[in-house]
Design a protein around this ligand. Structure first.
Ligand SMILES: Nc1ncnc2c1ncn2[C@@H]1O[C@H](COP(=O)(O)OP(=O)(O)OP(=O)(O)O)[C@@H](O)[C@H]1O
Length: 231
């Protein structure tokens, strides 16, 4: 279980998160939603240790990890795929996967095969430099690289942004399998309401750096929640 409690985050003098709390129970898929600029990415980065909160706590499986550096969070089973993530653009798809494997603590080559089983469409692209991939292919490579670390908790920041519809379906299928079959716990930032409705168990909506609503996914049908998501 991931638990974020009363987190405040500032960029310089600007306070971006105001006492945000959320829970991601083990084995669940929680969708973090809200309009542009409300603080979703800031919350994921804080969870991953890329930003330090001015106040509040982050706990993983009951242990306080607020002060833990990012690489140690990775060792504890957390992985983060940033929004619009570009892998090493000059390296081929294969090299990107290998470099990631070499950086893991387990170094088991079977992890690459496991990641490719989730995204088999990457196989014919092995020799292509990552910089020449389409938006959807880059996103698949980014998630595959995160999977090589063998995470238990995956933080995904808008994996469908800028991705063509057919590839959105592939990403949705992959996330569903990872969650339902492989049992991965997922915190997903997603603006696309229908996708959230299909994938998530529960959701949290941020508005201006505060939790405006949180609940089971069925409540996403409520007019009061939809108003918080419409531009
Ligand atoms: N490095 C930074 N320095 C200063 N302000 C920042 C920085 N990064 C983000 N912000 C500001 O913090 C607020 C929250 O940004 P954040 O990226 O967390 O929002 P978001 O909900 O993820 O938005 P989006 O959906 O557009 O990615 C915004 O007002 C943004 O302009």
């Amino acid at each position: 279980m991931l638990s974020v409690s009363d987190v405040d985050v500032r960029y310089g003098r600007a306070r971006v998160l105001h006492g945000v709390s959320l829970e991601v129970p083990t084995g669940s898929l929680v969708c973090l939603m809200g309009r542009n600029g409300v603080g979703k990415t800031t919350l994921l980065k804080t969870t991953m240790g890329l930003l330090r909160p001015a106040a509040g706590r982050v706990e993983l499986e009951g242990e306080d990890i607020t002060g833990l550096p990012t690489h140690q969070r990775v060792r504890r089973g957390m992985a983060f795929v940033p929004q619009g993530h570009v892998s090493f653009p000059q390296l081929t798809v294969w090299e990107n996967l290998q470099v990631t494997l070499e950086a893991t603590s387990h170094r088991q080559a079977s992890a690459v095969e496991e990641a490719l089983a989730v995204f088999p469409t990457l196989r014919p692209l092995f020799k292509r430099p990552a910089g020449f991939l389409s938006g959807g292919q880059r996103q698949q490579l980014a998630i595959a690289r995160a999977l090589i670390t063998r995470p238990r908790l995956l933080l995904l920041d808008e994996p469908t942004e800028g991705v063509q519809p057919s590839v959105i379906d592939e990403i949705e299928l992959a996330v569903r399998r990872l969650h339902r079959q492989a049992g991965l716990t997922v915190l997903l930032v997603e603006q696309y309401l229908d996708l959230a409705l299909r994938l998530a168990d529960s959701f949290v909506v941020l508005d201006a750096g505060r939790v405006a609503h949180a609940g089971p996914v069925a409540e996403l049908h409520d007019e009061s929640v939809r108003r918080l998501l419409s531009v």
